[in-house]
Write a new protein. Structure first.
Length: 460
């Protein structure tokens, strides 16, 4: 998700211009490893599909001087290159090789609203990226395949691709638009409006074939939320068709996750209107309508943060989904069918007595730890020091073995004070120069980090 309070939505209308495609243009083949889009795949399941660094000696092996990502998702990867979007008006998109060398950047083509979208990275290293004005597709060497002026208004929250080859942009500003992945040509637009209210999003859509699920809130009345299922057909007279909607109490802070025919997403209350108790929803897609399976109360009482969840629930390969509530140190894994708690982790157990550890990033799932057979989670932490101002403790990236008794495999400090630089984004993984995996992520304020085994510890 993108924190709405950081950067206001854009308010201009642009006309589309499409550059001629390169003569030798190749299909945009989706990558399968390393986290190639926002939350790693079309379903937003957060699975890296690769092994992360596991050694306790994991550290920052490459540090690139770069702008920060603010509250964006940051980087995507095909396991060989990594593309990062920044909050900057110069080189808002940078593509690095696995050694941290810059392959190409966007120059001044993209502005600082590019931070709101994680790029798309193809299997061969091509990249699709967006700001609030331009959607652009690059060849692996940085040549522009096509560029298109975005239709409508608003800042896109990460492009996604449907099975029929359509790029969908949902925006903080309301307009949902679509484009051909082959040519960049516009396919259609949709303004989502119900009961006299215009709806917008701060979240990435989840894709189920040619259907996308967008968790939206009404502009200027965000306590009115709707999960909207939209079918995309580029050959039809109406490229967008709303299949169904589900009303809830907004806003929603996490992008919806699609797992086994069920959409998992959050709301600030069960019903639209004034904020109540925040909930996690499980909604089954029946085709022409939704079915509510369960709604789990996240925080008792009415003093919970709004929204309560700021990143997508993370499916666990053993079953269930992980999530955490903003400003709380405990993470929970809940049963996908019932919402019952299966496992919980108090992140304070990985801090000293004077620190309060608070998860701050998207949750990512790497392959299993071969020593234990347990899945491995990557996340970032911000910390508070008891009796001090918010953000006074250090910020970390870390890997957890998620066994019955979870254990910390490694942690890497990013800044001595969380308020000066912390991690908000997702993690990407590349195969480093020696084949050893490197976790890549930018700081919210500055720098991009490649984290892995020290060079001296990697066999040639």
């Amino acid at each position: 998700m993108i924190k709405r309070t950081v950067v206001p939505a854009a308010s201009w209308l642009f006309f589309f211009v499409v550059a001629a495609p390169l003569p030798a243009q190749k299909p945009f083949v989706l990558a399968t490893q390393g986290c190639w889009q926002a939350h790693c795949d079309q379903h937003l399941n957060g699975a890296l599909q690769v092994t992360a660094p596991l050694g306790a000696d994991t550290s920052v092996v490459i540090e690139k001087n770069s702008p920060g990502v603010s509250t964006g998702l940051g980087c995507s990867s095909n396991y060989r290159v990594v593309a990062c979007s920044y909050y900057s008006n110069v080189a808002a998109l940078v593509v690095y090789d696995s050694s941290g060398n810059r392959i190409f950047d966007s120059g001044t083509l993209l502005d600082n609203q590019a931070y709101a979208s994680a790029p798309l990275v193809s299997a061969d290293g091509g990249v699709i990226a967006s700001d609030d004005k331009t959607l652009v597709r690059y060849a692996p060497d940085g040549a522009i395949v096509w560029k298109t002026a975005i239709q409508g208004t608003g800042t896109p929250i990460s492009p996604v691709i449907t099975a029929n080859g359509v790029i969908v942009l949902a925006t903080l500003g309301g307009i949902v638009s679509s484009y051909s992945v082959a040519t960049g040509a516009p396919v259609g637009t949709l303004g989502v409006r119900f009961d006299g209210l215009n709806y917008e999003t701060i979240n990435t859509p989840s894709v189920n074939g040619n259907r996308v699920y967008v968790s939206m809130s009404a502009d200027n009345a965000e306590s009115f939320g709707r999960l909207v299922a939209i079918d995309v057909d580029p050959t039809g007279s109406a490229p967008f068709h709303i299949a169904w909607t589900f009303a809830f109490g907004g806003p929603s802070g996490a992008s919806p996750v699609f797992v086994g025919g069920v959409i998992y997403f959050d709301g600030s209350s069960l019903l639209p209107g004034p904020a109540g108790v925040p909930v996690l929803f499980a909604l089954k897609d029946l085709g022409a309508s939704p079915l509510l399976l369960w709604a789990d109360e996240l925080v008792s009482g009415r003093n919970a943060p709004t929204p309560a969840i700021l990143t997508s629930p993370l499916p666990d390969p053993r079953g269930g989904l992980w999530f955490y509530v903003a400003s709380q140190s405990t993470m929970r894994r809940v049963d996908a069918d019932t919402g019952a708690t299966l496992q919980s982790i108090d992140m304070n157990s990985f801090c000293t007595n004077r620190l309060n550890c608070l998860p701050s990033t998207a949750l990512m799932m790497a392959s299993v730890n071969p020593a234990t057979g347990d899945p491995v989670m990557l996340l970032g932490l911000g910390t508070l020091i008891a009796g001090t101002a918010k953000g006074a403790g250090p910020s970390f990236a870390l890997a957890l073995d998620l066994g019955t008794t979870p254990s910390r495999l490694w942690s890497v400090q990013i800044a001595p004070i969380t308020a000066s630089n912390f991690i908000y984004c997702q993690f990407a993984v590349v195969a480093g120069p020696n084949g050893s995996p490197l976790v890549v992520f930018p700081g919210a304020s500055a720098n991009t980090y490649f984290v892995g085994a020290p060079v001296s510890a990697v066999a040639p």
